[in-house]
Write a protein that binds this ligand. Sequence first.
Ligand code: GAR
Length: 211
Amino acid sequence: MTGVDPVAGLPRPLRLGVLASGSGSNLQAVLDAAVPGVVPALVLSDKPAAGALERARRAGVATEVLRPRDFASREAFDAALVETLRRHDTHLVALAGFMRLLTPVFLDEFRLRVVNVHPALCPSFPGLNAPAQAVGWGVKVTGCTVHFVDAGVDTGPIIAQAAVPVADDDTADTLHDRIRVEEHRLLPAALGWLAAGRVRVDGRHVRVLPE
Ligand code: GAR
């Protein structure tokens, strides 16, 4: 069988680090899903007031905050991220609304072990405010993507996508609310596929093996 299993040889359950900058509804979906083979070990935020931190505390999950302004460079910040994730013995990282780009300092440490959820059908509408970009373009269908993270902006190998129709009267917020419903399903599902050893990566292409 061709392709790499990104989590081959790692102990189970996989210890998951979740990086989040915002309200943390995707984190909540992961917590609520109790993904088989995955244990949320740490929630790390770049924003001390992130709602995600409160959700983690309520769930009894360890939290850490690293503020970018306390570091001299993006690389120094990413090195601290790596050190913190290692200290909590995490194997796998989910970006759940983490609004910063990661440098190779981080990505080289967690190659194919960082997944991101993005509120658009990649490669459309990368970066910030994807639902607003979709409304601005007048597209009729958008959605969400769960993908491995590479050094680009929402460009890594795609694990799963879900489509969401755009209504004529949608605003960025109403559209984003419906996209989130799909994200909350897709992100825990993708983490479960990984933990079950069902994901194979071959360059850009990702296959999810049947159960
Ligand atoms: C999610 O929609 C996620 O896809 C998006 O931020 C939101 C966080 O929501 N991420 C990006 O736009 C990254 N490019 P949440 O805090 O409620 O999970």
